[in-house]
Design a protein around this ligand. Structure first.
Ligand SMILES: C[S@@+](CC[C@H](N)C(=O)[O-])C[C@H]1O[C@@H](n2cnc3c(N)ncnc32)[C@H](O)[C@@H]1O
Length: 217
């Protein structure tokens, strides 16, 4: 999938040292930091699936000194940007990037440890549904008991979808019919319960996005 078309939905600037910047991250990083702070996702080992530019890991490890963050992505250009962010960081709590295809049965080097938090921002709707299935399966397999899965992005709820998200979903499907905004209740919750994950928190975020936190039983 990542080889067929660009993965970024918006232009991504390059700061000259390989670090890329996505406009969406500039908009959502502060609200996401506030959710991490309010829900105690501030310490331990984090595995990020689909890290994109790598900005979230850099920003959140800067904000939370007890957070250790491992990048991953299916896309080589994204992993290069993550490497540049890791090298530019003034601390050693950024690791990776790992090559992980969320839909794969095994997540390679990430399989060797139990994680406190697994994070994925804005991947679920910009990938085939198999990536979401694999994401929830992987979280169930690799999170510590009591660990958290944090998702951020646009979702429908029980068939209800904000007009802006419906239009976005149609735009995504015109780029790739396997993409599209998913229904949190109908598409994700059955997978989560099958993976041993309990829905803990759903928070409304700017621009009709949601923060969704699951807890590993
Ligand atoms: C819209 S970007 C979001 C990136 C980043 N999380 C952010 O919020 O800026 C979607 C990301 O999903 C990644 N991706 C798509 N399909 C994937 C898959 N099957 N496994 C892992 N990553 C995937 C893409 O390479 C891309 O980096």
């Amino acid at each position: 999938m990542a080889d067929k078309k660009p993965v970024a939905m918006e232009p991504r600037a390059d700061g000259g040292d390989g670090r890329r910047f996505a406009p969406s991250t500039a908009r959502n990083k502060d609200p996401i930091r506030d959710v991490f702070a309010a829900h105690g996702l501030t310490a331990g080992q984090v595995l990020e699936i689909a890290s994109g530019t790598g900005e979230h890991g850099a920003f959140l490890t800067e904000a939370f000194p007890a957070l250790h963050w491992t990048y991953s992505d299916i896309d080589a250009a994204s992993r290069e940007s993550q490497t540049a962010w890791r090298e530019a960081a003034g601390h050693d709590r950024l690791s990776g990037p790992l090559y992980i295809d969320a839909s794969a049965v095994s997540w390679g080097d990430a399989e060797g440890q139990a994680w406190d938090v697994i994070v994925s921002v804005n991947m679920v709707h910009i990938s085939p549904f198999a990536a979401t299935e694999g994401l929830l399966r992987g979280a169930g397999r690799l999170l510590k008991p009591g660990g958290h899965l944090f998702l951020y992005g646009p979702y429908a709820r029980l068939g209800e979808i904000a007009p802006s998200n419906a239009a976005f979903s149609e735009n995504l499907k015109s780029r790739d019919p396997s993409w599209g905004v998913r229904d949190l209740d109908r598409d994700l919750l059955p997978l989560a319960s099958g993976a041993g994950l309990r829905l803990e928190t759903v928070l409304e975020m700017p621009a009709n996005n949601l923060s969704v936190i699951f807890r590993r039983l």
